[in-house]
Design a binder for this molecule. Structure first.
Ligand code: 5CA
Length: 160
């Protein structure tokens, strides 16, 4: 069993954030890549829809974290309309790092240097157990929809 001290630095931060937020899930490091939802589902033996992707966008110049089911693609035009934003675009890798302290493929819902406005895909409620990235491309932790909404303060808005 992985101890927090054995995790990579970026995941240790996430593990600490989980504890501070009263979350029970433990961050684990897998031997296989969990960089994408498909790879994570394969490594875990779960449905791709039960992977909670943490996608970073720039919405009118500010970072926006969108927690989506791995079975969904975000429709940025529709999401902008629903959130009352003029424009939403995919964040560049350096913008992702700045907003989250993490790299694409390992972005976690928590453990960021400062709070990031968050949207949670209601489709995530279809799965009793979700897996989200734990700060690096081969770390993950278990959670669920209600917990994600609680800890991110996210707005439940359909993403497509
Ligand atoms: N570790 C998994 C979930 S456990 C994970 O992080 N999945 S993810 O979907 O949240 O992150 C990978 C996603 O990052 C890719 O599906 C893709 O949508 C996005 N991505 C990949 N390359 C870039 C890039 N250059 N700029 C912005 N986003 C990218």
């Amino acid at each position: 069993m992985d101890e927090v001290k054995d995790l990579p630095e970026r995941s240790r931060r996430v593990a600490e954030a989980l504890s501070a937020l009263g979350m029970d899930g433990r961050v684990r490091e897998l031997p296989a890549s969990t960089r994408t939802a498909a790879e994570a589902a394969e490594a875990l033996g779960c449905e791709v829809g039960a992977i909670a992707n943490s996608l970073v966008f720039m919405a009118d110049g500010k970072p926006l974290l969108v927690m989506t089911s791995g079975r969904h693609r975000v429709d940025v035009a529709l999401l902008a309309e629903r959130l009352g934003k003029a424009k939403i675009r995919r964040a560049r890798p350096e913008e992702v790092r700045e907003a989250t302290g993490q790299a694409i493929g390992g972005v976690a819902p928590v453990g960021h240097p400062a709070p990031v406005e968050t949207v949670v895909d209601p489709a995530l409620a279809d799965y009793p157990r979700l897996w989200a990235a734990g700060g690096t491309p081969n770390t993950i932790f278990p959670t669920d929809h209600a917990e994600l909404v609680r800890v991110t303060g996210g707005a439940e808005v359909p993403v497509n």
